[in-house]
Design a binder for this molecule. Structure first.
Ligand SMILES: C[S@@+](CC[C@H](N)C(=O)[O-])C[C@H]1O[C@@H](n2cnc3c(N)ncnc32)[C@H](O)[C@@H]1O
Length: 278
């Protein structure tokens, strides 16, 4: 019934989904919930930032998939009282992984307690409960992102650059960076530690920092429109490695990977986070 996905057991023993078409396992190291909590909820300091926010606190969940990231947000933020309304906006091209997860809810521990809520979200694209409004945008994130309120947090999980290049290109990240509200500090968290992705995010206009280790990754990546949100911004040591790397070229449409061009390196070195650390 769902030939595109299968259930797998990751090294931690947790069960997760694997996309056959992309050849990728969702949350491959420590499993769906632990990874979602560590990589996104914890690093984003969602509980503290949402508590300090006024009006609304907006979270974009890019690649709803089987909803682990979104449910980790739900578990962390639902129920408690705070000044700001929580608006969770999930984006996906397809409901196929969510439907697969729902049809295996008894084997995916993190899904089971939320089964009814997820069925309502799938049917109506909107759920409002326990202080959270959760909206589902079905379609290409690149088109849909204009229809959601400006985010404070972006949980970025649309498969990897190797299998979904359009969502990692300089053109797309430039549009994403330009779409943010400069008056609304926003942090993007992601699983990658690729030099080329970090270069691409920097050239697109983000400040970029090192994120926490998770599973088999020694470090991950954070990007932001507000440098003060980064604990460990990439520094001159990293910049020097970029120059030597054979795979640091930014990810452009129809461009092949390789070393960074002089003109791109000059723009990179001129980014605010390297200028201010000179
Ligand atoms: C690795 S899965 C996400 C896993 C999910 N975050 C979770 O916690 O279960 C990647 C998801 O991104 C979605 N996706 C890929 N390209 C997309 C695009 N252009 N727009 C919206 N969603 C996209 C895929 O359909 C897939 O469901």
């Amino acid at each position: 019934m769902h030939p595109g996905f299968e259930l797998v057991t990751v090294p931690s023993g947790a069960r997760s989904l694997r996309s056959r078409a992309h050849g990728e396992t969702f949350h491959p190291g420590i499993g769906p919930m632990l990874e979602a909590e560590a990589l996104h909820v914890g690093q984003q300091r969602l509980v503290e930032r949402a508590r300090a926010a006024q009006g609304e606190f907006v979270i974009w969940d890019v690649g709803l998939g089987a909803a682990a990231n979104a449910l980790a947000v739900w578990n962390a933020l639902s129920g408690s009282s705070r000044p700001a309304a929580i608006r969770l906006h999930s984006f996906d091209l397809t409901l196929e992984p969510l439907s697969f997860a729902l049809s295996h809810a008894e084997l995916l521990e993190y899904i089971e307690p939320h089964r009814a809520r997820l069925e309502r979200l799938r049917a109506r694209a909107f759920v409002a409960e326990q202080g959270i409004e959760w909206t589902l945008h079905l379609g290409d994130f690149r088109d849909q992102m204009c229809s959601a309120p400006k985010p404070h947090a972006i949980l970025y999980d649309p498969y990897s650059p190797g299998t979904n290049a359009d969502l990692w290109s300089l053109e797309h990240f430039s549009a994403l960076a330009a779409s943010l509200d400069p008056a609304r500090p926003c942090l993007l968290s992601n699983y990658t530690r690729s030099t080329a992705v970090r270069v691409t995010l920097l050239l697109a206009g983000f400040h970029v920092g090192i994120g926490a280790a998770t599973g088999d990754k020694e470090e991950t990546t954070l990007a932001t429109n507000d440098l003060s949100l980064l604990n460990v911004p990439l520094d001159h040591t990293w910049l020097a490695r970029v120059r030597r790397s054979t795979r640091a070229a930014p990810l452009r449409f129809a461009a092949s990977a390789g070393p960074i061009a002089e003109a791109d390196y000059a723009k990179l070195a001129d980014c605010l986070q390297f200028r201010s650390a000179r």
